[in-house]
Write a protein that binds this ligand. Structure first.
Ligand code: SF4
Length: 465
């Protein structure tokens, strides 16, 4: 289930309001589900760049260090979970660096698969890295005279990167937004009056009264200055993209539109598909909250089996998968859900969740349902078995730890202690989309859409921390 997966980051940028920082603060709140380990806001008043960053949730970081000093019309913000680099303040983004031609701020969502190679190259030529993140290599490329003094500097710098990236870059008088050529991670553009907004997910736009305009395209660099918005491509157009299907399965907020579709609607479709592919006679459908909610509703509507709440979530425990420490994750998973014996006792239940990763958490949930008196427990999962690691910004466990990497569905069912177990097929998770070739499904299929430097590369970055 999603609670066993670690990712990732959220980006939010504003150009052209009276005060950018309060809007970025609100935007980061809406993106909090994308990272709970640290948060930062950097603003420019046209002359100076100031930043506030810290470890923890958005509310915690900015209550300890108020944003009232951050005055300026331009700004970018970031919520972080570390996919590379450890939990320390230096790694909290946006990163701010002074280059020969001015200050740059950088916020990144994704994972650069050639970061280790680039880092070694720059270190060998004398560069000193301040963080253990993969994102910092872009700062060094931008500062490199080979790039700095040539036209299309940012496009050329982005062209050096491989892997998954959505970036927000800021100078004292501009904001740039870019997505990698395969478009792994989402990044959208909104407008608030004359101001431009950039956000990892569209759910942040209505919160500040902004309207959605369009997505940043894969391979596109969008630049906003006092003259308005301009766009350029930094790579050849691809035949197909590698948009992360897991954004729809689990990561993104249900009220977001990601890669052109509403997340809740897609998850409902997965639930309907599950009901077609794995029907079972039962008394009720229960979601594993919150990640199973929409798919459970879809399953219930398609099957005609009533939906009920067998679990109640404690909302004061964070999303466990983005807590970096294993112990903290286990502790939070235990605290997170309470079972409702009055609903469950004597019933045949269908428990719907988004995914099974290690399998420990699902086994625990099934045990809870049995202890609450469930007569039968049928588990339905709104994605295929997760068999392979992700190199594009999602911190799945290693292959050995993935319960499906070396087991059949029947073996997993036995291990979990479920009466039956059904996953949506690969075809099923792509079925809501007209362009299935534009999605990455590598963690299920093993078909990685972008070359991987090596898994060791990802680990090697940790050694710098
Ligand atoms: S491997 Fe899986 S989690 Fe990673 S980008 Fe591809 S679909 Fe997303």
């Amino acid at each position: 289930m999603g609670s066993e997966i670690k990712e990732f980051c959220g980006l939010f940028g504003v150009y052209g309001v009276a005060e950018a920082a309060p809007l970025i603060y609100q935007g980061l709140f809406a993106l909090q589900h994308r990272g709970q380990e640290g948060a930062g806001i950097v603003v420019s008043n046209g002359e100076k760049i100031k930043s506030v960053k810290g470890l923890g949730l958005v509310g915690e970081v900015f209550s300890k260090q108020p944003i009232c000093d951050l005055s300026g019309k331009i700004g970018i913000g970031h919520v972080r979970y570390s996919t590379t680099g450890s939990t320390r303040i230096q790694n909290v983004q946006p990163l701010v660096a002074e280059c020969a031609d001015g200050i740059w701020a950088i916020a990144h969502n994704g994972n650069l698969v050639n970061a280790t190679m680039l880092r070694r190259m720059y270190q060998e030529s004398g560069s000193i890295f301040q963080t253990s993140t993969d994102s910092e290599v872009l700062v060094h490329i931008l500062a490199d005279p080979m790039f700095r003094n040539r036209p299309r500097r940012v496009e050329r710098a982005l062209g050096e990167l491989k892997g998954a990236f959505s970036f927000l870059l800021m100078t004292k008088d501009s904001i740039m937004a870019a997505r990698d050529p395969l478009g792994f991670r989402p990044l959208s553009i909104g407008k608030l009056g004359e101001a431009f907004i950039f956000t990892s997910e569209t759910c942040a736009l209505p919160l500040i009264g902004a309207a959605y305009i369009r997505d940043v395209l894969p391979g596109e660099l969008v630049t906003v200055t006092a003259s308005g918005l301009t766009s350029s491509m930094f790579c050849e157009k691809r035949d197909h993209y590698g948009q992360c299907i897991f954004e729809h399965i689990y990561f993104a907020h249900p009220d977001s539109h990601v890669f052109g579709k509403n997340v809740h609607e897609v998850r409902m479709a997965y639930g309907r598909r599950l009901a077609q592919e794995h029907p079972v006679d039962a008394d009720m459908v229960i979601p594993i909250p919150d990640s199973g909610n929409s798919a459970a509703l879809g399953y219930s509507r398609a099957s005609g089996i009533p939906l009920d709440f067998g679990f109640i979530r404690n909302h004061y425990v964070g999303r466990t998968f983005i807590m970096p420490e294993d112990k903290q994750r286990k502790y939070s998973a235990d605290m997170k859900l309470a079972v409702l014996p009055d609903v469950i006792n004597g019933k045949r239940v269908i428990a719907v969740d988004d995914s099974i990763v290690r399998g420990n958490t699902m086994a625990k949930r099934i045990k809870m349902l049995r202890e609450a008196g469930a007569k039968e427990v049928h588990v339905r999962i709104s994605c295929p078995p997760v068999k392979n690691p992700c190199f594009y910004g999602i911190d799945f466990p290693t292959s050995e730890e993935l319960v499906a990497s070396s087991r059949t569905v029947e073996e997993i069912r036995q291990l979990m202690g479920a009466d039956s177990l059904g996953y949506v097929s690969l075809e099923g998770i792509l079925s809501p989309f007209d362009n299935p070739q534009d999605f990455c499904t590598a963690c299920f299929s093993g078909a990685y859409p972008a070359a991987i430097e090596s898994f060791e590369g990802k680990k090697a970055l940790e050694k710098h921390s």
